[in-house]
Design a protein around this ligand. Structure first.
Ligand SMILES: CC(C)(COP(=O)(O)OP(=O)(O)OC[C@H]1O[C@@H](n2cnc3c(N)ncnc32)[C@H](O)[C@@H]1OP(=O)(O)O)[C@@H](O)C(=O)NCCC(=O)NCCS
Length: 365
């Protein structure tokens, strides 16, 4: 048996638990590579479909034939039956959007997708994700022939539908498409290692987002931006938070201890949207906070700018988790396929801290 390394706590921080060819996040250099390409360049330059193709296939589409085949598979999966739409809608009653989404994600895969070869299967499941998100929210299904980003904009109930808004959302989806072993991706891998189908593996991933430590940061950042706006002086607001030793949502990252490389492309795409008061507040908060928090390695992160973008698009904070799911779905599917190909069940060891063996009353050891 291999020698065991005891992690210092339950976070698995610094513990190698997998080998992957999909992404490498270098927190000290402030760099994320997806299949060897810089995430921020992919985000700035490509449509979501090309990024998803890369994440899933390991290479960029080589030409229009690859693109058309991939788009056709996404379209083929897009439609949700009326029966499944009503199941998804009913899950929302009495539950948070994130809880409902987690259960509904099973609906992203059906028998037809399951019968397809793995690459085709992933594309079909990906194609259905915006339909599941829309159904949970009670929105009409976004037309299958629309681009993934446009379907996502509709599935989130955005009220700004112009080209610059669409592109800004696409940049956010690209930036969230894959980011190594986040808690959700790890959960997806664990389910996949047991041989779970893609739909339930996405559900397992999605379940981690219903907790505030992974999925809740963007909505908390939105509330903070609104509080800073209401305060009237965002810089004074930040100074008061700092003096009170409060944590600012949308700042800091477990892996990045330098500036989050996902922020500049998102900020640039948002600037192209024109007047956006939430973005102005976001910039004022980031400018005031940086000298106070940067010495500790705490910088504005993608959730801060994501919150400003989604708020500007008119997306309700209850749907911020759904926005993340729409972006990262291709990454989860790539990890699902990678682990499935390995065919080995995840079964780590634990250190036992309970009582040693003892006798039941009336018995002796
Ligand atoms: C993401 C997060 C959990 C990572 O934390 P971490 O790497 O474990 O960092 P630590 O908790 O060890 O904090 C290190 C120091 O930075 C400070 N810090 C970390 N995040 C901070 C934040 N958002 N605002 C202010 N200070 C922060 C801590 O108070 C601590 O200071 P101290 O050394 O004086 O006690 C943390 O930054 C956080 O809570 N961020 C807010 C929520 C968020 O935006 N999450 C989404 C990340 S994509």
């Amino acid at each position: 048996m291999a020698s065991l390394v005891a992690p210092t706590d339950g976070s698995l921080e610094g513990v190698l638990v997998a080998r992957t060819a999909i992404a490498h996040v270098d927190g000290l250099a402030g760099r994320a590579l997806i299949r060897g390409y810089l995430l921020q360049e992919l985000a700035e330059r490509l449509p979501y479909e090309d990024v998803a193709f890369l994440v899933l296939h390991g290479e960029l589409p080589s030409g229009s034939a690859d693109r058309e085949r991939f788009a056709a598979s996404i379209r083929a999966g897009a439609e949700l039956t009326e029966h499944d739409r009503s199941i998804a809608r009913s899950l929302r009653e009495g539950r948070s959007e994130a809880d409902a989404l987690s259960a509904a994600m099973v609906l992203a895969e059906d028998a037809t997708a399951r019968a397809a070869p793995v690459a085709e299967r992933c594309a079909r499941v990906l194609g259905r994700v915006p339909s599941v998100v829309a159904a949970v929210a009670g929105f009409a299904p976004p037309p299958a022939q629309w681009s993934y980003a446009r379907r996502s904009l509709a599935a989130l109930g955005a009220n700004r539908l112009d080209d610059a808004s669409l592109r800004a959302l696409e940049v956010l989806l690209n930036l969230e498409s894959e980011h190594g072993l986040s808690a959700s991706t790890f959960a997806c891998r664990v389910a996949a290692s047991a041989g779970a189908n893609a739909g339930p593996s996405l559900s397992a991933a999605c379940a981690t987002l219903s907790g505030e430590r992974h999925g809740g940061a963007t909505a908390q950042a939105r509330a903070m931006l609104e509080a800073a706006q209401a305060h009237g002086d965002p810089a004074a607001f930040v100074r008061a938070k700092h003096a009170a030793k409060e944590r600012l949502p949308g700042f800091g990252h477990r892996v990045y201890k330098v500036a989050d490389p996902r922020v500049p492309p998102l900020r640039a795409a948002m600037r192209a949207m024109g007047h956006a008061p939430l973005l102005e507040t976001c910039e004022a908060v980031a400018t005031a906070a940086t000298p106070l928090f940067a010495p500790k390695g705490v910088h504005p992160n993608i959730d801060l700018y994501g919150a400003a973008l989604l708020g500007t698009l008119g997306v309700d904070p209850s749907r911020y988790v759904a926005a993340f799911v729409l972006g990262i779905a291709c990454g989860w599917l790539a990890h699902w396929a990678e682990v499935r190909a390995e065919g080995r069940l995840v079964r780590p060891d634990n250190e036992y801290s309970g009582p040693s063996q003892r006798a039941l009353p009336g018995t002796v050891l």
